[in-house]
Design a protein around this ligand. Structure first.
Ligand code: TXA
Ligand code: MG
Length: 338
C-alpha cells in the first residue's frame, strides 16, 4: 500500500465519498463521521436501518474530549491499555457531533484500530483530526469481510464505494469488543459485544468486570439475535452429535458443507480451522463465505468449547445460526428436490 493511495482515500473521504479499509478485526466501510450525508450513504449502501449507530474510528493522537463528554477515568485507562486495538468504547456523545453517527442516541462508539493501513488513513484524513464512521463493510446482517475481495464481492456491482484499500487478511477476524461506559455510575461497565479483548482483560485494567447487557443497554445491530449470517442455513452441533447428523444427512442425499476443527469424515465441502480461539476467529468469516459458495443444503459447524476464551467465536456462530433453527430436522424429513 503506498502513501499515494492512502492520500487519495483520505481526499475521497473528505469529499464525502465512501472508502472501504482494512482494520485488524474486519474491513470497515468508512465515511466522514461529521458529514451526515456521507454517513447516510453508508446506511444506504449497507441496507442498514437508520437508527443503528456506527463506530467512529480515530487516530491515536485524536482527542477523546472532542468526540465524547463526561468521560470517566476508566475510558482513558482502557484507551491507554488497548488502543490502537480491537476495543470499542461507548461514551456520552459530545454536543458538536452529529447524531447521524449514533442513530439518534446520545452516545458515541469510539475506537482506534491498529491495522497500519487504517492508522495511515486516519492520520491522513483531515490531518488526523477527523473521525471515520465505519461499520463492517458488508450488507446488513451478512458476514463481515476479512479480505478486500469480500468487500468487492459485496459492493462492486453498485458504484456506492469509491475505493477499497487492500490490507490483506484481517488478523483478528471477528469484530471489536464493545464495552459501554456511558452509564458507568448507574450500571457499571457493560459488555455489549464480546471479542478478542476479553471481559477479564478489561477488568484487569479498570478493576470491574463488565456485566452482560441489561434490558436498558444501548441497541447494537451486531448484537441482534440474527446477524453475521451466510445465505446457506447454518447449524452448530457438538462433535458427537454432528457425526451422527453427517451420517443421516448423507443417507438422505443432502449436501453438507462443514466447518470443523477435529477429525471428521469427508463431506460435500469442508474447511478445517485451527483448534484455538484466535486461529478459529481469524479464519471463521472467510470459511463461512467459502462454504456458502458450495450450494450446500446446510453449513454444519462443529461447536467450539463453551469456555470464556471462545466467547467471541461462540457469539458470532450463535447469531449466524439463529435464523436456521430446525434446519437439520427439516432436511431429514423432506426429500431433496421436493
Ligand atoms: O471491529 C469492528 O468494530 C468493526 C471495524 C470496522 O471497526 N466495525 C464494526 O461495525 O463491527 P458494525 O457497525 O458492524 O458494528 C458496530 C456495533 C453495532 O452493533 C452498533 O450498533 C454498535 O457497534 N454501536 C456503535 N455505536 C454505538 C452506540 N453509540 N451505542 C451502542 N452501540 C453502538
Ligand atoms: Mg457489522
Amino acid at each position: 500500500m503506498d502513501q499515494q493511495q492512502i492520500e487519495a482515500a483520505a481526499r475521497a473521504l473528505e469529499a464525502g465519498q465512501l472508502v472501504a479499509f482494512p482494520t485488524e478485526t474486519v474491513y470497515g466501510l468508512g465515511a466522514d463521521a461529521e458529514n451526515p450525508q456521507a454517513v447516510a450513504a453508508i446506511y444506504a449502501a449497507k441496507g442498514r436501518p437508520q437508527d443503528h449507530p456506527v463506530i467512529v474510528h480515530l487516530a491515536p493522537e485524536a482527542s477523546l474530549d472532542y468526540w465524547a463528554c463526561d468521560i470517566p477515568q476508566e475510558a482513558h485507562a482502557l484507551a491507554e491499555a488497548f488502543w490502537p486495538g480491537p476495543l470499542t468504547m461507548i461514551l456520552k456523545r459530545a454536543a458538536n457531533i452529529p447524531d447521524a453517527v449514533s442513530g439518534g442516541q446520545d452516545t458515541v462508539g469510539l475506537r482506534c484500530p491498529s491495522h497500519p493501513v487504517a492508522l495511515a488513513l486516519l492520520r491522513a484524513f483531515k490531518g488526523g483530526k477527523g473521525g471515520v464512521a465505519a461499520p463492517s463493510a458488508n450488507k446488513f446482517g451478512h458476514v463481515s469481510p476479512t479480505l478486500a475481495q469480500h468487500v468487492r464481492d459485496e459492493f462492486e456491482h453498485e458504484g456506492s464505494v469509491a475505493m477499497v484499500l487492500d490490507g490483506g487478511a484481517a488478523q483478528v477476524g471477528i469484530e471489536s469488543t464493545i464495552v459501554d461506559l456511558s452509564r458507568l455510575a448507574t450500571h457499571g461497565p457493560v459488555l455489549l459485544r464480546p471479542g478478542h479483548i476479553s471481559a477479564e482483560a478489561i477488568a484487569a485494567v479498570i478493576d470491574r468486570l463488565p456485566a452482560a447487557p441489561d434490558a436498558a443497554a444501548p441497541r447494537a445491530s451486531g448484537t441482534l439475535e440474527s446477524h453475521y449470517a451466510p445465505h446457506t442455513p447454518v447449524a452448530m452441533q457438538e462433535r458427537a452429535v454432528l457425526v451422527q447428523t453427517l451420517d443421516a444427512l448423507h443417507a438422505a442425499s443432502r449436501k453438507v458443507a462443514l466447518i470443523h476443527y477435529s477429525d471428521l469424515p469427508p463431506t460435500h465441502a469442508a474447511q478445517r480451522l485451527p483448534a484455538t480461539p484466535e486461529g478459529f476467529a481469524h479464519a471463521l468469516y472467510a470459511a463461512l463465505r467459502a462454504m456458502d459458495g458450495h450450494g450446500a443444503d446446510v453449513i454444519l459447524v462443529e461447536a467450539p468449547p463453551q469456555d470464556g476464551a471462545w466467547l467471541g467465536v461462540n457469539d458470532r456462530l450463535r447469531r449466524a445460526a439463529h435464523g436456521s433453527t430446525g434446519i437439520v430436522h427439516g432436511l431429514l424429513n423432506k426429500q431433496p428436490g421436493i
